[in-house]
Design a protein around this ligand. Structure first.
Ligand SMILES: [Zn+2]
Length: 61
């Protein structure tokens, strides 16, 4: 079973936030919510989306 992990600091934020989910698609809303509440980023543009996608790591168990 694979899982997907995201660390906010991997996109250059000075932030300890981490998220994980079983599907990458499930991770995006969590990251979007965090970006809004913690970093005042209300809109994830293509540039940021690319950074986020690049920072998502897939792990196998
Ligand atoms: Zn953050």
């Amino acid at each position: 079973m694979a899982s997907y992990h995201f660390k906010c600091k991997d996109i250059g934020m000075n932030c300890q936030y981490e998220a994980s989910a079983k599907k990458a698609e499930d991770l995006i809303p969590q990251i979007a919510e965090h970006a809004k509440t913690a970093h005042n980023i209300t809109e994830i543009n293509d540039d940021l989306k690319q950074k986020v996608n690049a920072a998502i790591k897939r792990r196998l168990f």
